[in-house]
Design a protein around this ligand. Structure first.
Ligand code: UDP
Ligand code: MG
Length: 316
């Protein structure tokens, strides 16, 4: 029977932990008794350098509840890094790990479906929100615009999926091959491949405490999502440079004709001509340099170039 780890990053979550432990313990208990998961399954709380009682509480739950384990980070590394730390810890101990938020916004009644899909052979199961009704209009609008930008930039990402997902051991091992420091897990996981599927759920409201994702952290994550997966912005500079250079030729003709018809101030022709032509050429050159920087960037990330799913070699 499969041993599942529920990986939960926590940053100053003392207000929600008790309820989260209670609800998840009940859920795991019922899945164990239904024979869906092994009784060695665990909740792995990752304390992301909390300043409140979060770690003390995790230690206490670990003492009294056989399903609870904890990992403490030495400082606040951020949600994505905390999640990665938990997944990498779970990798060697479980058959599959499911990541979810401490505030149970990710509906735990959908957990059965994740497990079912895993048993059907999926190595990655994405939790996808089927509506954004619980979001403010601002969050809904920016999130949807952001997905559009990402897909325009050629970033392969699952629409309306955050970090509620199951990953089997081979997918976790593949994830360990990605060495980048600016983490945007929902961009990396689709790059891994393997058989995958979706589970649709509706996201609840945070039931206590406040969001640990202020606009500043969200902007950083959004920016990482673009710059870690697309060098298109760099290429765009070249394209703009080419367009301006071409347009400047038309401009040159125009300023020359104006000059010949002598209805211009002395010196205007040379200034106008050179501004446009040089501006265009400069952008083009920056774009070319950007092209090389983009290459250096992808080399430095040293992502795995392929991931092996299986190897068959029948003897004889
Ligand atoms: N979190 C974390 N480190 C941080 C910020 C957030 O581990 O620096 C955790 C947080 O405890 C929660 C999850 O990331 O379990 C999602 O955060 P939150 O619910 O505050 O974000 P929101 O749902 O408001 O986007
Ligand atoms: Mg939340």
């Amino acid at each position: 029977m499969s041993k599942i780890f529920f990986v939960i990053p926590c940053y100053n979550e003392e207000a929600v932990l008790a309820e989260t432990v209670k609800q998840l313990t009940d859920k795991i208990g019922s899945m164990v008794s239904e024979g869906k998961i092994s009784k060695e399954s665990k909740i792995l709380f990752v304390d992301d350098g909390s300043k409140d009682k979060t770690w003390k509480m995790i230690e206490k739950y670990n003492e009294e509840n056989p399903y609870v384990s904890g990992l403490k980070l030495a400082h606040n590394a951020g949600h994505q890094n905390a999640l990665l730390a938990g997944l990498m810890k779970a990798k060697d101990l479980c058959d599959a790990a499911i990541s979810l938020d401490a505030d149970l916004q990710d509906d735990i009644d959908s957990l059965d479906q994740f497990i079912d899909k895993f048993h059907e052979g999926c190595q990655v199961v994405y939790g996808v929100r089927d509506s954004r009704e619980t979001d403010t209009a601002f969050k809904r609008g920016t999130a949807q615009g952001y997905y559009k930008i990402l897909s325009f930039l050629g970033v392969d990402i699952v629409y309306n999926h955050a970090d509620y997902r199951l990953m089997g051991k081979p997918a976790l091992e593949a994830l360990a091959e990605f060495k980048e420091v600016n983490l945007f897990l929902r961009g990396i996981v689709p790059l891994i491949g393997f058989k995958s599927d979706y589970v649709y759920y509706s996201r609840n409201e945070r039931f206590a405490g406040e969001s640990k994702y202020p606009v500043k952290k969200m902007m950083k994550l959004a920016f990482d999502g673009i710059t870690s997966f697309s060098v298109k912005p760099l290429k765009t500079i070249s394209h703009v440079g080419i367009i301006i250079s071409l347009l400047s030729i038309v401009g040159l003709v125009y300023v020359l004709i104006s000059y010949l018809m002598s209805d211009t101030v002395h010196g205007w022709t040379a200034i106008m001509g050179s501004i446009w032509l040089l501006g265009g050429l400069q952008l083009l050159c920056i774009g070319v340099v950007g092209g090389y920087i983009g290459k250096i960037y992808s080399e430095v990330k040293a992502r795995p170039r392929y991931i092996i799913e299986s190897f068959v070699n029948k003897e004889g």
